[in-house]
Design a protein around this ligand. Sequence first.
Ligand code: FES
Length: 167
Amino acid sequence: MEAISAKVKSILTKHDSRKRALIPILQDIQAEYNYLPELALRIVARSLEVPLIDVVGVATFYRAFSLKPRGRYVVTVCLGTACHVRGGPKILAEFQKRLDLQPGETSPDGRFTLETVACLGCCAIGPVVVVDGDYHAQTTTRKVETILKKYLKKEKKNGRSKKDRIH
Ligand code: FES
């Protein structure tokens, strides 16, 4: 609790006190925690002197923000029409099987969150999967294991665990 409070206050001090804009502040908090903890929203509301309901309103309006804890790697499988006809549902099923997650769920170890999206705006390279901001084009079920291994390897290399990030 205290650690979140201190971290959010340090994020707030980085933003110009005269024109503190809510969205960049929320983006920084989300970058730190992979979601927006309730305590952080309360601190931001108090600091900006705006009602908490307004802060929550912005946080829930934008899909990029999450009020629920998310994994360090967010796997987003596109199920828009173009990706759907090229095998999107099969790719999603493969991620579900390998991660043992349903869309919207986060693994208990805090590594992965599985999500779906209606279109990522790059239909020509579908089926598309985005992990940790990286776009994986023309994905197939056979590529799923390779994709997941890449991020597990990355995590090992960084030597980070959930405890290192969430205080
Ligand atoms: S339908 Fe998947 S990127 Fe458009």
